[in-house]
Design a protein around this ligand. Structure first.
Ligand SMILES: *[C@@H]1O[C@H](CO)[C@@H](O)[C@H](O)[C@H]1NC(C)=O
Length: 245
């Protein structure tokens, strides 16, 4: 349900006049992500509301949505989405043991009144042969994880979440970065990867305490990568990576 007051409040606070919109609510973003998940299951984008200038990026390269992974029907074992109402974007994690694929996708919506349309789907998809890839093992980990909404006192702001994402990525090239991260006592890292990074794109959800960064690990090779970090009570709780070699 569009919530004008919330959207206008976010607009006033964040100053994202060009991006925030009455239609860019958590509910709308979750609903749009659900249409993307259905599209991946069907292998067809027919059910998606796409902008005229829609673009599809797969593993950091412009791709054709019909011949890319999204054009391939895929049975899914797992889906989970976080949403970013400030940027009008979302992040979805998918696992298909049949594929097999582990997929990390950012969905970006059009500006203003067109927030209901998807302007870009930016996906990183790892499969057999990619770094530490095992879809069934990843599924076994993530299925036990708690992704319920955080209590107010366990939330941190956008900038802090973004900083967690950056520090984590910088760890691979900056020896001091790891010491700056507050690791939770129960932190679990589901590491499909390791290393360095450019081209960072962030989706941040304060309510679920997550930051997803799609990037490229430049130090070891131009590897498309997703790092998603859940922060609870100011400390890292989960880290999920998807890395394509
Ligand atoms: C995504 O997962 C939920 C369970 O977490 C499920 O109820 C829903 O049907 C899934 N979405 C799709 C499109 O399969």
């Amino acid at each position: 349900m569009p919530n004008l007051n919330t959207a206008l409040g976010a607009l006033a606070v964040a100053g994202f006049a060009a991006v925030a919109s009455a239609e860019c609510t958590r509910e709308a973003l979750f609903a749009a992500a659900e249409t993307y998940i259905e599209a991946q299951i069907a292998g067809s984008v027919d059910g998606l509301t796409l902008a005229a200038d829609f673009s599809y990026v797969e593993n950091n390269k412009d791709a054709d949505v019909a011949t890319g992974l999204l054009g391939k029907a895929l049975a899914l074992d797992y889906n989970r989405t976080t949403v970013d109402t400030t940027q009008c974007a979302s992040f979805t994690h998918l696992i298909s043991t049949a594929g097999p694929y582990v997929i990390a996708t950012q969905i970006w919506h059009a500006d203003g009144d067109d927030a209901g349309t998807i302007s870009k789907i930016d996906t990183i998809a790892a499969t057999t042969g990619d770094l530490f890839f095992n879809a069934a093992t990843t599924l076994g980990f993530v299925e036990t994880h708690d992704w319920s909404e955080l209590a107010e006192e366990d939330r941190v702001g956008r900038e802090e979440l973004k900083a967690f994402g950056d520090l984590y990525l910088d760890m691979w090239t900056d020896a001091d970065a790891a010491d700056k991260i507050k690791w939770g006592a129960e932190c679990e890292r589901v590491e499909g990867s390791m290393h360095e990074n450019g081209m960072r794109r962030y989706v941040i959800d304060e309510v679920l305490g997550s930051v997803d960064v799609l990037c490229q690990f430049d130090s070891l090779g131009p590897w498309p990568d997703s790092h998603e970090i859940r922060v609870k009570g100011g400390a890292v709780r989960y880290v999920y990576t998807v890395t394509v070699m």
